[in-house]
Design a protein around this ligand. Structure first.
Ligand code: ZN
Length: 254
């Protein structure tokens, strides 16, 4: 096994997600390679730091009960989303991106390609780092839409959704699947929603939900545009967002 292979599999190895043969191969590599063993100790330190009880806040009982009622099926996330958000804020998005193979593994059987879901979540985490969320900061769709002009080979659909409880916050350029895409940022209370979009041939599709590590991703196509909405909001609220976006009228070109 090469160092590249070992590093690619390190997260899955630490999370016990590899099959026994692969796990053994990584373990043997770590025994024989000082550089990768040091990388592993780095991750161990990060994991320990993120496990500090001081980083977590217990929700009030009333709120927990509401969640229990409204969230079905129960969340199966194995990593506290707060820890992930902190990791991103601390600049570890690059390290998290390494765990894309783990997302790939977890998402077999869903309709959205796992790599796309992984990229969308990586992009969302990156965007939560200080100064990364927005290049154009405005709640006005008539400011945000023109900002993209000349920066992309298509005109993104920008819609005002504050009446539906999802105020527009701004936008930026991002990359998904090796191409430049528009990322619109909407807010719901203290949560950010990243809505990625790019032109895509093919018929309209239903909203397809994927969940990884406490993040929800909704994927759909409408009128020749592919959309990916990502947030740490609960899935019901993100579905509401996707529906509200579909039903709202886009800003007219100026
Ligand atoms: Zn190595």
């Amino acid at each position: 096994m090469t160092c590249d292979d070992a590093r690619r599999r390190l997260h899955a190895y630490l999370d016990d997600e590899l099959d026994p043969a692969q796990s053994m191969a990584v373990e043997q590599h770590l025994v024989g390679c000082a550089a990768c063993a040091a990388g592993r100790r780095e991750y161990d330190r990060l994991r320990q730091a993120l496990a500090q009880p001081a980083l977590y806040h217990r929700a009030p009982d009333a709120l927990r009960q509401r969640w229990d009622v409204s969230v079905t099926p129960p969340l199966t996330s194995t990593r506290p989303r707060r820890a992930l958000a902190l990791a991103a804020a601390a600049g570890f998005a690059g390290a998290l991106a390494l765990s894309a193979p783990a997302w790939l593994w977890l998402s077999r059987g869903t309709e959205t390609p796992a790599a796309l879901v992984g990229e969308a979540i990586s992009g969302h985490l990156r965007s939560l780092q200080p100064q990364h969320l927005m290049d154009v900061v405005s709640t006005d769709q008539h400011t945000v839409k023109p900002w993209f002009e000349g920066k992309l080979d298509f005109a993104p659909r920008v819609k005002e959704l504050s009446a539906e409880g999802f105020p527009l916050a701004g936008g930026r350029l991002d990359a998904i699947g090796g191409r430049s895409v528009a990322a619109l940022v909407y807010r719901r209370r203290m949560h950010a929603i990243n809505l990625y979009q790019w032109p895509s041939d093919g018929p309209d599709t239903q909203h397809t939900l994927a969940q990884r590590h406490g993040y929800a991703v909704i994927d759909w196509r409408q009128d020749g545009m592919r959309f990916l909405a990502v947030s740490d909001l609960n899935e019901n609220e993100l579905k509401q967002f996707a529906l509200a976006f579909d039903n709202a009228t886009p800003a007219a070109a100026r």
